[in-house]
Design a protein around this ligand. Structure first.
Ligand SMILES: [Zn+2]
Length: 115
């Protein structure tokens, strides 16, 4: 049995935070201080904990799309302003068509096309 770090109320045996329900939020969800930010960004391990998921997200966002079609996908979404789902549909159709033509002719279409 322990007690709330703020008000001293008895906590149940399963409590892991060290605060009662009333005081947990105030102690942990308050606005971050400049000192907290400085400490986080000067510590490589803590900085990595924030940046790694962002880096992973950026790397895996287009992982459905083969590398040689990614420029075409970006052109569809950025220059021609297709929605991501529409552009994906177009690219997947193109891949299917290229695969079928490759099976028939043995020529790699994506290496002959200028995208
Ligand atoms: Zn409390």
């Amino acid at each position: 049995m322990s007690a709330c770090k703020t008000c001293g109320k008895q906590l149940s045996a399963v409590n892991r935070t060290g605060w009662c329900r009333l005081h947990y939020g105030a102690a942990n969800n308050g606005p971050r201080t400049a000192e907290q930010n400085r400490r986080q960004w000067s510590d490589p391990a803590l900085r990595e904990r924030v940046l790694a998921p962002l880096r992973r997200y950026n790397r895996t966002r287009l992982d459905w799309c083969p590398f040689e079609y990614q420029d075409y996908y970006r052109e569809l979404t950025r220059v021609k302003h297709l929605l991501a789902a529409e552009a994906r549909c177009v690219v997947e159709g193109l891949i299917a068509a290229d695969t079928a033509r490759y099976a028939r002719t043995g020529e790699l279409q994506q290496s002959r096309r200028r995208m």
